[in-house]
Design a protein around this ligand. Structure first.
Ligand code: NAP
Length: 351
């Protein structure tokens, strides 16, 4: 297949940098446009980005000129790492101009015709694209909030096998989830901040959209009761979540464990370049998973689960770890784009 030209909106930000890193050797996509604010536009990428990655900036990218936001960009589609305040206007404008927009921003996640997508969970939700009417070939597809991703990947096998009634989740979210410069050092160091603006609402709503079903082309939301409490902790990358579930049936602890282990990705046969061998890895060692040790399983695309055990109040409890800027942001969006290629939604701009 022809390599598609990808633009990155918000290319100098925390998520934008992850896109740059992950797309360096991508077999299907090549970065052809880097977009940031007017302050950065017109300069070489290396001169305006505050590069936070551990590897150096890819050579071809370092000297590329950063472009201002516009609806005429030299690319076939865009990945968006914009804040919602900018994405609210920019993403529809680009869709109207004919660009597929694969977004990380919250702006359109809950829109009834916009897929909120985790390819291993709800690949059929891309059918909603057909209801979008931008008077062009453009459309918007979103990926969930970074803490929703780990939670929903863990809920999916239990929901399929046993049915879920209610979920309690307490998150311990990494600093990188707040972007750069993010949380002030005076708040972050040796401290826990027990509030992340807007995060708990996302954890209530987004899993219900992701686990919803498409009937006659329309989305029917799931109706799980979810009670989240979100905390920012002094960890660089990797969101850890303590999850408790009330199930509709009464499986043994072994059956719960087996449901995670037996989960087969519905897109496994598509051979998408960013799909990990296993969506879920279950640890037996009760000290695991830990962000620093297990963050990069499956190149950051695997969700780790540990400490599966009965709960004294609901049915079962366990720990979930996911990489917030890879699986929870840029890597998840790239996997979405790969699925859209295979499903025939993503082609070169001129075809
Ligand atoms: P960030 O580090 O603050 O980066 C923001 C980016 O947007 C920068 O490249 C900035 O460019 C650019 N920008 C700002 N105003 C602009 C404008 N008017 N026109 C064009 N570009 C503009 O933020 P982030 O953490 O990468 O987050 C980006 C988005 O992803 C947000 O919607 C966030 O909620 C979402 N998200 C983040 C994570 C995470 O783990 N960090 C996870 C999932 C989703 P300049 O450098 O020129 O200012």
């Amino acid at each position: 297949m022809n390599v598609l030209r990808a633009g990155i909106l918000g290319a100098t930000g925390a998520v934008g940098q992850k896109f740059v890193e992950l797309l360096e050797d991508h077999p299907w996509f090549q970065v052809s446009a880097l977009v940031a604010s007017d302050q950065s536009a017109g300069h070489q990428y290396k001169d305006v980005v505050n590069w936070i990655g551990t590897a150096s900036i890819p050579k071809l990218i370092a000297s590329m000129e950063v472009l201002p936001l516009s609806d005429r960009l030299p690319c076939d589609f865009v990945f968006s790492g914009l804040h919602a305040s900018v994405a609210d206007h920019a993403e529809p404008n680009l869709a109207k101009a004919g660009y597929p927009v694969i977004s990380n921003a919250k702006s359109f996640r809950m829109h009834e015709n916009v897929p909120l997508l985790i390819p291993e969970v709800n690949p059929d939700h891309t059918a909603l694209i057909r209801h979008q009417d931008w008077q062009s070939k453009g459309y918007i597809v979103t990926n969930p909030n970074c803490s929703t991703v780990g939670l929903t990947c863990a809920l999916k096998p239990l929901h399929d096998k046993f049915g879920i009634e209610a979920v309690q989740v307490v998150t311990m979210q990494a600093l990188s989830g707040a972007g750069y410069p993010g949380v002030s050092a005076l708040d972050a160091v040796a401290n826990v901040v027990p509030f992340i603006g807007g995060e708990e609402d996302k954890l209530v709503n987004e899993p219900n959209k992701l686990l919803g079903t498409i009937v006659d082309g329309q989305l029917h939301m799931e109706t799980l009761t979810i009670s989240p409490q979100c905390n920012r902790v002094p960890v660089l990358e990797g969101h850890l979540e303590c999850v408790t579930v009330k199930l509709k049936s009464n499986p043994s602890q072994n059956h719960v464990r087996q449901a995670f282990n037996d989960f087969v990705s519905p897109i496994a046969e598509l051979d998408l370049p960013s799909e990990p061998d296993r969506l879920i890895h279950v640890f037996d060692d009760e000290r695991f998973p830990q962000p620093r040790r297990h963050l990069n399983l499956g190149n950051g695309m695997t969700v780790s689960i540990g400490r599966i055990r009965p709960c004294e109040i609901l049915d079962y409890k366990f720990i979930v770890l996911s990489h917030n800027t890879v699986r929870g942001a840029a890597g998840g969006a790239i996997l979405n784009a790969e699925l859209l290629v295979k499903q025939g939604f993503l082609r070169s701009f001129t075809s």
